[in-house]
Design a protein around this ligand. Sequence first.
Ligand code: ATP
Length: 342
Amino acid sequence: MISIKELTKVFHTKDQDVTAVDHLDLNIQSGEIYGVIGYSGAGKSTFIRLLNRLEDPTSGSVTIDKQEITSMNKNDLRLARQEIGMIFQHFNLLWSRTVKDNIAFPLEIAKMPKEKREARVKELVELVGLKGRENAYPSQLSGGQKQRVGIARALANKPKVLLCDEATSALDPETTDSILDLLVDINEKLGLTIILITHEMHVIRKICHRVAVMENGKVVEQGDVLDVFLHPKRPVTKKFVDQVMGDPDQDHSLDLIHENYKSGKVLRLHFVGESTNQALISELSREFKIDLNILHGKITQTQKGAYGTLFVHVEGDQDEIERAQAYIQDTSVEVEVIPNVQ
Ligand SMILES: Nc1ncnc2c1ncn2[C@@H]1O[C@H](COP(=O)(O)OP(=O)(O)OP(=O)(O)O)[C@@H](O)[C@H]1O
């Protein structure tokens, strides 16, 4: 649905030329939540602003729904932008307008008649969970509520694409989660394609289907979120995965496990995606004459299922333990015996 080819943006400053986006290629499918992650200066903001031409590219093309955005004249661009909503880190609300008048603003620009406008605003207020706050001013709202206004305003003209520029970076973790839940809700209800940029892997883990990692203006790695979590290739990607899966206590825990468990076996179970929904642990204890003890672990949820590692201690007959191990091997859970336990 969105095709980005050889997209490049060079800023010419007094002292030097800065290539913020460098021959970037990307294809984004209709209805997906696509995340672009990178550290500060990687070129994310420039990239997202090129998609709706808040920034003009130096070269390359952006095509959304068969329309080439990069070659449009001003008038066509104005119409095309009605199909591309955008939300911002600092909300960009009109402070002298109430919630409902902020949401109505793009409808006024699109010259929607007053009655229709009011009905549409009502719908949007309900969609983003702001009922009862219609007449408040932005200064009377919490950060999360302000972003809800931003989302309602961005959706006013029923866009096909929503661009999110660090939309949760100014919010506390709990509010971030509620806004991310709202974005998933909107994606599912409206089939809206969402592209978001962020420096937080938590955001990618929680709501994205696919992810691209940006460094020095280029996409250095991309794929399904679970695949990238499972097999991060670049050092920069590994660092991002560690942001959510890093387990600083693991080494200490393993030392204690080695000291404390001299009999039986300690297994490391690696869960990826759907498989985690199987009740593996209870199946094992039901099917085999073994005792299972959960020692340490970290499991997290992604849009494509759960992901994580669990250390378990297994006590029982050697044969029975081996049969249980073979049983696990037949599922998609990866199993590894932790050495040094007799
Ligand atoms: N208007 C501009 N003029 C000159 N250089 C710019 C301009 N905008 C961005 N840059 C430079 O382009 C590079 C990429 O910046 P960009 O803001 O796109 O990165 P980012 O990944 O979004 O980082 P951040 O999260 O800090 O905004 C940086 O080196 C930045 O200094």
